[in-house]
Design a protein around this ligand. Structure first.
Ligand SMILES: [Mg+2]
Length: 202
């Protein structure tokens, strides 16, 4: 019988990203990242204050996921909430991370008591989410992500999916406005879990 499907983002929803990325930039590259605006590119600077050029940013992100992922700590309540949901739902992690990092991410999440299937993606999440709907044929689908454009993308491909906005990292919470294409926003897992349970009961 069809079960509900939970499709969750990883960075900023299940795992901390900003704090360990700042540590990585400082300790490995002697760079700083100040979250003065919600942008990574342009906010990474050298000791002399000069900004790292946009084309220098992707290798830094790649290096972080290759060498530093094990320092990403879980968001409070994420593992317990997903474990509770997984009793009655299928859970898939849809994360914008290169394919060659997705295997490591699968292991890292499992190590942190989140043993779920991980799909690496690039760009909009609407298309890969639609593929998951075709595969699982769920009774209900719920999408969780911290970035507003991902909600817009999912809305465009699968308008009936419940889209829930969560910005779990306090460092960027005030920089990210409520996603206009999400149905609701909850920035912590206890509140998110009770909202999801209400949807599932409906
Ligand atoms: Mg994210």
């Amino acid at each position: 019988m069809a079960r509900p499907l939970i499709i969750s983002d990883c960075d900023g929803v299940l795992l901390h990203f900003i704090a360990p990325f700042i540590d990585y930039l400082r300790e490995v590259h002697a760079l700083t990242l100040a979250m003065d605006s919600f942008a990574l590119t342009g906010n990474v600077r050298r000791a002399d204050g000069s900004a790292v050029a946009p084309q220098e940013f992707p290798p830094l992100l790649d290096g972080f996921f290759a060498d530093w992922m094990h320092n990403q700590q879980p968001i409070a309540g994420a593992a317990d909430s997903l474990a509770q949901l997984a009793r009655d739902c299928d859970v898939v992690v849809l994360t914008n991370i290169a394919d060659h990092h997705a295997t490591r991410r699968t292991h890292e999440l499992a190590r942190l008591d989140m043993p779920y299937r991980v799909i690496g993606n690039k760009g909009g999440k609407g298309e890969p989410l639609k593929k998951l709907l075709d595969e699982f044929q769920p009774s209900t689908a719920i999408f969780i992500d911290d970035l507003p454009p991902n909600h817009t993308s999912v809305k465009a491909h699968a308008d009936h999916v419940h889209r829930l906005h969560m910005v779990a990292e306090i460092e960027v919470r005030h920089l990210i406005p409520a996603a206009p294409d999400a149905h609701a926003r909850h920035d912590d897992w206890p509140a998110m879990l009770s909202h999801i349970e209400t949807i599932l009961k409906g």
